[in-house]
Design a protein around this ligand. Structure first.
Ligand SMILES: C[S@@+](CC[C@H](N)C(=O)[O-])C[C@H]1O[C@@H](n2cnc3c(N)ncnc32)[C@H](O)[C@@H]1O
Length: 277
């Protein structure tokens, strides 16, 4: 793992701990001591500020909004294969592979894959049995030249594939985001007559002062979690995001409506986007 990527990994522990606090299915199996420590350190360091300002999402609400919106889009698509890139310690793979019977491939860097494998091996036997061989953990660099080729192999034969990048794209500069989005497009396009979706969360600098403040707090939090590396530049607006997907070859792109009444009042600087060929 490069020093740069190692800095992103703590946020995966943090998020996994948040998902366990939200009691999302199977999340308790991926919560780590490291995640708990980072969570409570961030709380003490000031993350609580957002939770007392009405309409500003706390980090927990932000992560819940992101995760549940992606779930909603996946359920609507009814995929036959899901590949999650930068999957970290997500509970989604186990959930889809064991409860929905969908083949699921998790891609991440070697150290994170080793941590994930240890967590999967420690799952109670009934869950491991339900998983069967549907969950695959793959160590792979999503910036590598042959990433599209590797990805195409995982999608072989799929009719309704979905690729998820949750909390990933924002850490890369725009040229690398474009490279990742193009690789995914070319893996989808390797077989015609399939209906493919690419889901990822992206931030834009629009929506007024409330959203700008939420973005500032969020990025400050990310900077602490990633020990100074922080998130990269946000897109200027929704039109810039549409141009980004178009430059990567996608025919359509649009934000997914969260439809989460308990979070609807929040002014989040992030949306989950769905792009199709
Ligand atoms: C911010 S974490 C997000 C993890 C998870 N998706 C979540 O929502 O908690 C980013 C993940 O991307 C992985 N990652 C970073 N650079 C990568 C690369 N070049 N190739 C593959 N995975 C990478 C990190 O190891 C980490 O698990």
């Amino acid at each position: 793992m490069s020093e740069r990527d190692a800095q992103i990994a703590p946020t995966a522990h943090y998020t996994a701990y948040v998902w366990s606090r939200l009691k999302l299915p199977y999340a308790e199996h991926f919560a780590t001591t490291r995640g708990r420590l980072i969570f409570w350190s961030a709380r003490l360091a000031g993350e609580w500020v957002a939770s007392v300002v009405p309409r500003l999402p706390s980090m927990t609400q932000y992560l819940e909004l992101r995760h549940r919106t992606i779930e909603r889009a996946l359920l609507a698509h009814a995929p036959d294969v899901i590949v999650e890139i930068g999957a970290g310690l997500s509970r989604r793979g186990v959930t889809w592979a064991s409860d929905e019977g969908v083949r699921y491939v998790e891609i991440d860097l070697p150290a994170m894959i080793a941590a994930k494998r240890a967590a999967i091996d420690a799952l109670p036997p009934p869950i491991r049995k339900r998983l069967g061989d549907r969950l695959q953990l793959v160590s792979c660099d999503i910036l590598a030249d042959d990433f599209a080729h590797q990805l195409a192999k995982h999608l072989a034969g799929a009719r309704r594939p979905a690729i998820v990048a949750e909390g990933v794209m924002g850490y890369f500069p725009e040229d690398e985001r474009l490279r990742i989005a193009r690789s995914i497009h070319s893996a989808f396009a390797a077989e015609s007559s399939r209906t493919s979706i690419f889901l990822c969360d992206l931030r834009a600098r629009e929506g007024g002062l409330g959203v700008a403040l939420a973005a500032k707090l969020l990025k400050g939090g990310i900077r602490v979690l990633t020990r100074g590396r922080g998130a990269r530049e946000d897109f200027a607006n929704a039109a810039a995001i549409e141009s980004f997907f178009s430059a990567a070859g996608y025919r359509t792109s649009a934000p997914v409506a969260p439809q989460l009444p308990h979070l609807a009042h929040l002014r989040a600087p992030m949306k989950v986007w769905q792009a199709t060929l």
